[in-house]
Write a protein that binds this ligand. Sequence first.
Ligand SMILES: C[S@@+](CC[C@H](N)C(=O)[O-])C[C@H]1O[C@@H](n2cnc3c(N)ncnc32)[C@H](O)[C@@H]1O
Length: 273
Amino acid sequence: MSARRVGLARAVIAAGAKLQSLALLVMRPDDLIEFSRQAYAGPLVVQDWGRPDLVAEGLYPNEEALLARCPVRSGRVLVLDVGGGREAIPLARQGFEVTGVDFVPEMVSLAVSNAAAQGVALDGLVQEISQLDVPPGLYDLVWISSRMYSSVPTRARRVAMLERVRGALRPGGCFVAMFDWDPTQRATWRGVALRRFVALATLGHVGYEPGDKLLHNAEFIHTFGDERALREEFEAGGLNVLHLDLPEGGHGGAVLQKPASAAAAQPAKESEQ
Ligand SMILES: C[S@@+](CC[C@H](N)C(=O)[O-])C[C@H]1O[C@@H](n2cnc3c(N)ncnc32)[C@H](O)[C@@H]1O
């Protein structure tokens, strides 16, 4: 009797987890971004990303390695998803003129005050990164780490963001981008078909791509697993791939460059969806 009830409880938990995994499909791209914004705007979450010990960690070794691959050594840098300033502060210390962008105003204030407390200046902008709106050609480097390139839903929206980043860069300027990467991820055709059906039936996330998920039921993340698709996406945004860091799993990274002239651009392999 007891074993049957335990089995039933496990079945209910499994059904609950399956049902939860469908939550992502009832939201459109704007809703998915709002879903993530609400999670990050929680006071405890803001406090967590601004924790002095976390901010003091500075650039992680994989981020240092990407920066070393980047030909840009000085100038203006735009740090997307600045949080409490963990990456922005060391970049400012290295002599970059830094502007941090975040869609949570309290994160921007925290990054600015954390920087001031460490004796460096930081400008802040409250913006949603897929709608980036900054002066054209102003930046030498645009930076996004902590796998947050993956936080933008749909390839079309990410390509449009790449085009905005390219517009913000001076010719020859670079975009250092980190993303969620798992080349072992597998999607069954049944799973994909079910998800597309739920998205269509609810007029929700009809651009669903295998790899899309709500991480910890709190934020949207797209996990990449195919190098060719990734390269094609970057090139569709008009950026040349200088370097790709694709570890076994976890956070991948890319150093992308805006062509110095239109003639130097690699042809995009595929038009935007
Ligand atoms: C994972 S935290 C990383 C913070 C910081 N980069 C770090 O590594 O310490 C992500 C940050 O990006 C911001 N963020 C997430 N999605 C965003 C979006 N679409 N537009 C602007 N900011 C976003 C969040 O508010 C949060 O501050």
